[in-house]
Design a protein around this ligand. Structure first.
Ligand code: F7E
Length: 325
């Protein structure tokens, strides 16, 4: 039975990926912080339903020793490195911890794999934030990077580390350049979930307004459940490589807002207020990915499009809010 190690197993992507790999019959191990193991009800809500089927190890991206021990114990066949400080806004508030944790964490895991499990296939969660300041048009694997946040900078470094471990040491290491991907399991700080959760609360009479920043930013939003399959497919190829995973469509935050409110039968203009506090010091204005290499190499395509995604998230939040209050 293949052994899998997932960092960030308790996050949105980690939860979908675990479900997917369990169905394939893999033995799934995950790294989480000690505080999460001590408080599973709140911290492990996304993987509560599969806790009995997976093995959790406590470790931290800040501690090489903890990661080294876990890799030594499991000797995984595949490792998906998803853990990171992933909220772009927060990365401006705490540049140093974002950069230290994200870059060193990736380096530590790679170094441990090289030393202890050199045949382990490695996936790095790179990001469309690496493209940053782009002009109109689609971004592909050859597009230049111009990150606009400490988070984006940390992901460029992680991308380079991953590629270098592939080229220098022959590790089967792949970068998945994933564009924004969402779901009902998205964290509440990200704009999509912030909107759909607020819509549900407004609909139920529990809230009166939603404060947002830049409504003109454009993103290529896909469904996390689709994207985790691409991660796995990358590691099943004959050769390691880097791939863009996206939908090829771009929409403004305002379009997301309008659709989410109208799906719940609400007029967004009555509730949405612009708040400069949610603007970023440097914005990524537009992202749109060209995923044709992934289609050509392993037949990957997104199955959930923008409208379906927004409705799925609103419906899920309406159900959650209704059940809770
Ligand atoms: O912002 C604008 C904001 O925080 C999207 C992460 O998964 O995807 C994600 O990064 C856009 C930005 O995601 C609010 O200015 C307006 O233009 O949902 P977000 P992100 O920054 O695109 C990439 C691929 C990753 O790798 C990241 O880890 O929405 N926006 N008003 C707002 N954003 C937030 N969060 N809150 C607002 O009130």
């Amino acid at each position: 039975m293949k052994k899998i190690l997932i960092t960030g197993i308790d996050g949105q992507d980690g939860s979908y990926l675990s479900e997917f790999l369990l169905k394939k019959g893999y033995q799934v191990h995950g790294i989480v912080r000690r505080v999460a193991i001590e408080d599973p009800e709140h911290q492990l809500w996304r993987i509560k339903h599969i806790l009995k089927k997976i093995t959790l190890h406590s470790g931290s991206l800040e501690s090489f020793a903890s990661l080294f021990k876990i890799v030594q114990r499991i000797k995984p066949d595949e490792c998906y490195h998803l853990a990171a400080q992933s909220f772009v806004s927060y990365s401006f508030e705490d540049e140093f911890s974002t950069i230290n944790t994200n870059i060193n964490g990736t380096h530590y895991i790679l170094a441990a794999i090289k030393e202890l499990a050199p045949r382990c296939k490695f996936y790095f969660a790179a990001s469309s934030e690496m493209f940053g300041k782009v002009k109109e048009g689609l971004q592909n694997e050859n597009s230049p990077f111009h990150p606009r946040s400490p988070y984006g900078i940390s992901k460029v470094a992680g991308f380079d580390l991953t590629r270098n471990y592939r080229e220098a040491y022959g590790i089967f290491a792949c970068n998945g350049i994933l564009f924004n991907h969402e779901s009902p399991r998205r964290g509440f700080e990200f704009v999509t979930r912030k909107i759909t959760h607020a819509v549900a609360k407004i609909k139920m009479g529990l809230s009166k307004e939603l404060r947002l920043g830049n409504l003109n930013a454009k993103r290529d939003w896909g469904f996390s459940g689709d994207y985790v399959k691409a991660m796995w497919l990358m590691l099943q190829q004959n050769k390691p490589d880097d791939y863009v995973i996206a939908t090829g469509e771009t929409h403004t935050v305002k379009e997301f807002v309008k659709l989410a409110f109208s799906h719940a039968g609400l007029d967004w203009r009555k509730y949405v207020k612009i708040d400069k506090d949610f603007y970023r010091p440097a914005e990524v204005h537009i992202l749109m990915g060209d995923y044709s290499k992934a289609t050509k190499k392993f037949g990957w395509k997104p199955t959930v499009r923008f409208e379906e995604l927004v409705k799925m998230m609103v419906d899920a939040d309406l159900a959650i809010v209704q059940a809770k209050y």
